[in-house]
Design a protein around this ligand. Structure first.
Ligand code: SAH
Length: 546
């Protein structure tokens, strides 16, 4: 029981406000040594001096929180990760103040490995400190997930490589050196038993089954059975949270090993398997099918990891004002953001402390696969593209490579051509085509043929990837083709670095285009035979009859 130690009547009043029993200062040592959480309503120094001589093993000692008598300050003093931070936050909420949490990991990440979520256990707690210290120091630590809902671990800065690792597994493994092993509450034990079957029989059968199957007892989140068996002492002896189902509910669950004899006796063909699956919820699978022992049966279901999802979002050409609200919301809500480094910079105002995964340009497959992997692990992931994610970008690749394993959503963005068009006026007012001049992924003959066709059909043409330092020829050829079909005075919009600091939008002509200035940060829009200049703006009339 949490108790409050007080010095004065004022302190006692505060303890009452917190709903805690107020005890005199003299009882502090005794309570602390009995392992009771201590709330010291007094100056921190008084509590520190009294407890200092008793401090021995921080893994054994109860949490200690100091609270100012006037309720203005709450400081977890000892056992921050053994409940003091949580207790302090709860008290602080009641008092309407902020808890002065000082443990490094909480301050940095809001998560501490030695203070896991309820139901989680550390197989080798002695490793927690060094792993946490490495994370705080910015050293690479891997996260290897086999099972469980690991979303609470998402704020930690995991790396894809590194010597140290945190493994999350519901198997009973011997932790490797350099590895912290966490057991998630990811298994549900289903049991069936004859009335009055002894606790020893059940405990022994369960222990043997888990051992034979290499599963960790610590990962059992609950035991499930038929409602009629809920009061069996053997079930209580398992000391697990109990989930009960009636025969009708169990009868609806499909199982691999139904039994007519069981059906005749209790009205459902499966108890152990069906109860385990029912309690483990949607998507659960049997990790262990029905194991028959003496008077008892058991099965184990594995809870499905939470479903992650991937959102492929185009952030527009650069300026925050050109991002859609939907894209901003997706980025703000995601746990992980994957993208080419400069794209991540474009959304730095939204990502804060989020886990960003910058990857170099050209590594499209790697970027996509990393995003998909994170989503498969249950994360809410955003894969960033510039402009629109579906225009010469990653959306198609993400859909192809996901193979339906995770839901993929594509969000539209303002593509470079639209930004260029709006800045220059309205050059896209009539039918247009869009051609990438990069011959990296498309043979040059195909590019040529498309330019020829679009030019002949009098389409307005937007050119993406128009030229890089080395790759100038496709642009030269495209201009030659256009010269055969269009007037040398045809307006051309040359837009560079749209939405970025050195944005430039120049209106030139087919003959007068500054070809040397065209680079990979440029998009070109070549007018059709009707495109004109109105003032300083480019306009393609809406129709041919006007
Ligand atoms: N998905 C992006 C296009 C990627 S292909 C989009 O929808 O905009 C890359 C090409 O897009 C560049 O070579 C350039 O032609 C064009 N581009 C992208 N961003 C641009 C910007 N801010 N200014 C001008 N052109 C840009």
């Amino acid at each position: 029981m949490t108790v409050a130690l007080v010095l004065t009547a004022r302190g006692a009043g505060l303890a009452e406000r917190l709903g805690l029993k107020a005890l005199p200062l003299e009882e502090m040592e005794g309570r602390f040594e009995a392992g009771e959480p201590v709330v010291a309503v007094m100056a921190a120094g008084i509590a520190i001096r009294r407890l200092a001589p008793l401090l021995a093993d921080k893994r054994e000692e109860p949490p200690v929180v100091a609270v100012a008598e006037d309720g203005s300050a709450v400081v977890p003093l000892l056992g921050g990760h053994r409940g003091a931070n949580r207790l302090a936050r709860r008290i602080a909420r009641t008092l309407g103040v902020k808890a002065a949490v000082t443990t490094a990991s909480d301050v940095l990440f809001g998560v501490a490995l030695d203070d896991p979520r309820p139901g989680w256990t550390l197989a080798n707690p002695e490793m927690a400190k060094s792993v946490m210290a490495s994370l705080i120091a910015g050293e690479p630590v891997r996260l290897e997930v086999e099972a469980g809902d690991t979303r609470w671990l998402a704020p930690l800065p995991w790396s894809d490589e590194g010597r140290l690792a945190v493994r999350v597994s519901d198997r009973s493994l011997a932790p490797k050196e350099d590895e912290l092993l966490l057991h998630p509450p990811s298994l549900v034990l289903g049991v069936g038993l004859e009335r009055g079957a002894s606790s020893d029989l059940l405990l022994d059968h369960v222990a043997r089954t888990l051992e034979a199957e290499g599963l960790a007892r610590a990962s059992l989140a609950a035991v499930a059975t038929l409602d009629l068996k809920g009061d069996e002492p053997a079930v209580a002896a398992l000391e697990l949270p109990l989930r009960l189902f009636d025969a009708a509910a169990l009868g609806r669950i499909e199982v691999p090993n139904p039994s007519p004899a069981v059906a005749a006796a209790v009205g459902t063909a499966s108890v152990a398997e069906a109860a385990a699956l029912a309690a483990a919820g949607e998507g659960a699978v049997l990790a262990v099918q029905k194991q028959i022992g003496t008077r008892v049966t058991c099965a184990v279901a594995r809870i499905a990891p939470p479903k992650g999802r991937l959102t492929v979002a185009g952030v527009g050409p650069g300026a925050p004002a050109m991002r859609t609200a939907e894209v901003e919301a997706a980025i703000a809500g995601a746990a992980d953001i994957v993208g080419y480094g400069p794209y991540l910079d474009l959304v730095a105002d939204l990502t804060g402390m989020k886990r960003c995964h910058p990857l170099p340009i050209g590594k499209e497959k790697e970027r996509t696969d990393l995003a998909l992997r994170l989503a498969r692990e249950g994360k809410d992931v955003v894969l960033l593209a510039s402009g629109d994610a579906g225009v010469y970008a990653l959306a198609g690749l993400a859909l192809e490579r996901s193979n339906g394993a995770v839901p993929v959503t594509v969000l539209p963005g303002i593509t470079a051509m639209q930004a260029a068009s709006a800045k220059a006026g309205a050059p896209l007012g009539h039918d247009f085509s869009v051609i990438s001049l990069s011959d990296l992924l498309t043979p040059l003959e195909v590019v040529r043929a498309r330019v020829e066709a679009a030019a002949a059909a009098d389409f307005v043409i937007a050119f993406y990837n128009p030229a890089s330092k080395e790759r100038r020829q496709p642009l030269e050829e495209a201009l030659e083709i256009l010269a055969r079909h269009r007037d040398p005075d045809t307006p051309v919009v040359r837009a560079r670095n749209l939405g970025r600091a050195d944005e430039l939008v120049a209106v030139e002509t087919l003959a007068g285009l500054d070809r040397e200035a065209v680079d990979m940060t440029t998009v070109l829009i070549v007018g059709n035979s009707r495109t004109t200049i109105v003032g300083d703006r480019v306009v393609t009339p809406r129709g041919y009859s006007s």
